[in-house]
Design a protein around this ligand. Sequence first.
Ligand code: DP6
Length: 358
Amino acid sequence: MLFSRFIPLTTKKKLVAGQFSSRAPSNIALIKYWGKYGIQLPKNASLSFSLSQCSTQTTLAYTPHQHSTIDFEVFFEKRSAPEFKPKIETFFKRVLPYAPYLKDYHFTIHTTNTFPHSSGIASSASGMAALSLCVLQMEKALYPEMTTDYFYKKASFLARLGSGSAARSISGPVMIWGKHPRIKGSCEELAIANPFQMHPFFENYQDTILIVDKGQKKVSSTLGHDLMNNHPFAQRRFEQAAVNILELIHFLTTGDAEGFIELVESEALTLHAMMMTSRPYYLLMKPQTLQIIEAIWDYRQTTGQSLCFTLDAGANVHLLYPKSERKKTMAFIKDHLSTYCQHGAYICDQVGKGAVLL
Ligand code: DP6
């Protein structure tokens, strides 16, 4: 079904050659999106922290052409990257009804990540969000009367069509995507900024990503989402996520560190439990992932610190902790946790404000 509010009126206006750039952050889900239907619609509402340092910067250069087809080339870190084409092609095809002007131009896309490509950090969320923001800047040039609110909502809407979690990489610090009857303004088609006031305890919350495995995942997220269809526990999981998101918002609002830790870790392990109980079943955690988790639990018990973890669909571990605990946590990471990382690698980040137009 087409979302009519994002279909622009036809225009005869044509832009001369030019380019637009944007930078969009990666995000880490605390309440996980796992399971989708239709065209990129989530089976449950999810909630994420936008990151500050891990991001994708994209430039979309355009020149008018006469063929009336989608036509583009992609460069990643200045090198031609045809391997990125199929995903971007799918994105363009899906967004075309909402951005029909795209077929009037030839595009050259230049993209770079601030994090190493082979770090196991997915770039599809930040990449699709950055590209969508470039498309929206073009649309704004064609339709200058566009409001800022429409601009960012449509950017999230288009990003979602490229990759579900990309919908949440537009703004920050906390984003919610998916419809929830108790969260005003929430919807399936695009992500919104958390409408509730976050407690100062979570301001500048730290996320240090321990790189356990740099390799390509054996099972893609897209396949993982598919396996939630006919999954024996799927329905119960979606119901649980709906309860968990409200509980997490309560903890974020009241500054309840204990509640936050328990819920965030439970969500991470539930995500992986879904993978382990899919048919076919699979594992993305590595032995080091489990060693890190055990070490975090020991550390918390002996020090009383608020360090906790979450996982995305991979072996890497995101360490979450308040800025006030940074010094102590960094010492623990350097002396102990980094020994479980591939080549000792980790990336220091923190909660960020969202994408920027360049
Ligand atoms: C585990 O957004 O990568 O990171 O919509 O197929 O592109 P597609 O999937 P994707 O799935 C992300 C899954 C997750 C949880 C999350 O980010 O909410």
